[in-house]
Design a protein around this ligand. Structure first.
Ligand SMILES: CCCCC/C=C\C/C=C/C/C=C\C/C=C\CCCC(=O)SCCNC(=O)CCNC(=O)[C@H](O)C(C)(C)COP(=O)(O)OP(=O)(O)OC[C@H]1O[C@@H](n2cnc3c(N)ncnc32)[C@H](O)[C@@H]1OP(=O)(O)O
Length: 222
């Protein structure tokens, strides 16, 4: 069983790395709605069979206009972190534009990883064709990305944040689009700054991919 050995208050504060922190609760609901609509736009553009040049040119101009309007506000600092409360009373930090689970990234799937009752973390996500590799299947690189995020989060919550030093993925069965993917990960053991973590993706209870990883915990600057 994974025990949360380091309470959030003892984990490094990203501000110690010079990174700004945004409270998840302070992200405007309208920004969340915008993120969802832009994801739907990506999916729609990727799949449209529209060929009328006038319709396509008009759509491109409309997107450009909205982009310019939003670009009038300053961009977030690279490395901006979001702090979120977890259901067990703990809290965690993540990069706000994280490609796998970032709150404000329209390219990220709607993945939320939370502590699991028996230890480790779990989450569920259903992927659309934005993440397609082989026909109807999730791209293998994305499967690795989901597992990387899961082992990283499990390691961070059980110890403290780290970088992935090693990630080995076994692809057991094809992982389908448009099916709920159950993602779990838990720490196996720690050795100094190394954290050995296992993770897996299940579809209808069957493991489609599994990972073993070594996370190396980052050291807080003096
Ligand atoms: C920058 C972070 C800011 C933190 C802000 C604060 C809070 C933020 C919290 C948020 C994060 C929470 C959750 C994140 C969830 C998911 C994120 C996904 C994770 C990623 O997407 S991450 C990107 C890909 N990742 C990299 O970009 C790493 C590139 N790499 C390096 O940056 C270095 O390579 C590093 C740091 C790995 C080690 O470098 P180093 O100099 O710090 O440490 P050193 O070399 O001394 O190794 C110490 C011990 O690890 C062993 N070791 C090292 N490498 C190994 C390997 N490959 N295989 C087996 N063992 C290895 C040594 O053998 C020694 O072991 P021993 O103790 O036995 O001697």
């Amino acid at each position: 069983m994974t025990v949360n050995t380091q309470p959030a208050t003892e984990r490094p504060d990203p501000r110690a790395f010079g990174l700004p922190v945004v409270e998840q609760a302070d992200i405007p609901a309208e920004l969340r709605t915008l993120v969802g609509r832009v994801h739907a736009l990506i999916d729609t553009v990727a799949n449209t069979t529209e060929t009328d040049p006038a319709v396509l040119a008009e759509a491109a101009a409309a997107v450009e206009e909205v982009t310019d309007r939003l670009a009038a506000a300053p961009r977030r600092q690279i490395g901006t972190m979001v702090r979120r409360d977890l259901p067990d009373g703990d809290s965690e930090y993540g990069t706000i534009t994280n490609i796998v689970a970032g709150d404000t990234n329209p390219a990220a799937p709607p993945l939320s990883l939370v502590p699991a009752a028996g230890g480790g973390v779990h989450g569920e996500v259903t992927l659309d064709t934005v993440y397609q590799g082989p026909p109807g299947l999730v791209h293998g690189g994305w499967i690795a990305a989901l597992l990387d995020q899961a082992v990283g989060t499990a390691s961070s919550l059980a110890t403290s944040p780290g970088l992935t030093a090693r990630l080995e993925v076994n692809y057991r069965r094809p992982t389908p689009l448009f099916n709920p993917l159950e993602i779990t990960a838990e720490v196996e053991r720690t050795e100094r700054r190394k954290v050995y973590v296992n993770g897996r993706i299940r579809v209808n209870g069957e493991v489609t991919a599994e990972a073993t990883a070594i996370m190396v915990r980052v050291e807080v600057p003096e």
